[in-house]
Design a protein around this ligand. Sequence first.
Ligand code: LCS
Length: 394
Amino acid sequence: MVKRNWGFATLAVHGSGGVCPHTGAVSMPIYQSSTFAFHSAEHGEKLFAGEETGYIYSRLSNPTIDALQREMASLEKGEAALAFSSGMAASTAAALAFCQSGDSVLCTKVVYGGTYALFAHIIPRLGIETIFVDGTNLEEIERAIKPNTKLLFIETPANPTLDIVDIEGCVAIARGHNIALAVDNTFATPYYQQPLTFGADLVIHSATKYIGGHGDTVAGLIVSNKEIIQRIHDEVLVDMGAVISPFNAWLLLRGLKTLPVRMDRHSANGMRVAQFLSFHPKVERVYYPGLSIHPQHELAKKQMTNFGGMVSFDLKADQTQIRRFLDSLELCTLAVSLGDCDTLICHPASTTHSTYSPEELKDARINEKLVRLSVGVEDPKDIIDDLHQALRKT
Ligand code: LCS
């Protein structure tokens, strides 16, 4: 039994519905089975006709994956959720579910580089026009809407500049024009931000990040109402085939139990690191929504309950010095991805956001000197000491 009024930490542990109904196992078993036997030929016919419910084949549904979906729906305050093989698969499915040839989609300019490539290069091949908009400018978003616009896709906080997009403002625009609003909530996680409670239509996650939390799984999720989830499942996911494996679903279920504990630590460390960097003479600018100098700090306080572990900064350095800084780090791991227990660091312009042309990077205000830190859960002093020694060598 799951009570909707339970606190977040309780839901993180129990939100999937408690012990396994079939065996009483406290840790949900991994149903590593591709197919499920019918009791009879008639049973099989009825399952396919939708006259009875039950498991058929793991591309359609699976008990371990179902438990993850229940868990995520409860944490995001949605009615239902759908798990995918990656965050990109989730975003692709959202676009395909809402848009068809002849439609247009709006996407904020600062998004993960893969998301940018999806909307800049793949979606237009299907006859769907993408219009990129400045996510910090609601008037620009509203002005870009056309009669054929079906979807507004935003990412907040945005990767890698931590731009904050006004979710309630976007809800008002989307409702006013009868278009769907999708929010990529990867950076904040449902612990700090619940876009559905503001009126967004769907929430998207790269579950690879904080949801899994341990850097061992690639996965994605969409949370929404029952009708939308059913439609994405039936019309897109099942035949697109980008399903999560039962084992990866289990890893995410395990990761989720400690989501609030980990996020508290990521956030506390993130703030300490951001403060350290903001006083460092070799740092030109720090991007962290928890700092009062962040241009949307007040908005961040309004729609988030804390600021998370992602911190970006512009170095006062040329390309050679930036390389030297990155190569001098001893504790922080030089790698893409984020949300792991380990502190990860990367140079977005040459890695995660290399799908943007130099002009597009400029237009999105993603600086070539920007370095992105996913602050881990280590002792903050050790992270800061490592940054300090590497900055000295820069
Ligand atoms: N949304 C956001 C905000 C992301 O940061 C990513 C991946 C995705 C969606 C896509 O999810 P995936 O398919 O990888 O599970 N971000 C990455 C990054 O910044 N470095 O490597 C991956």
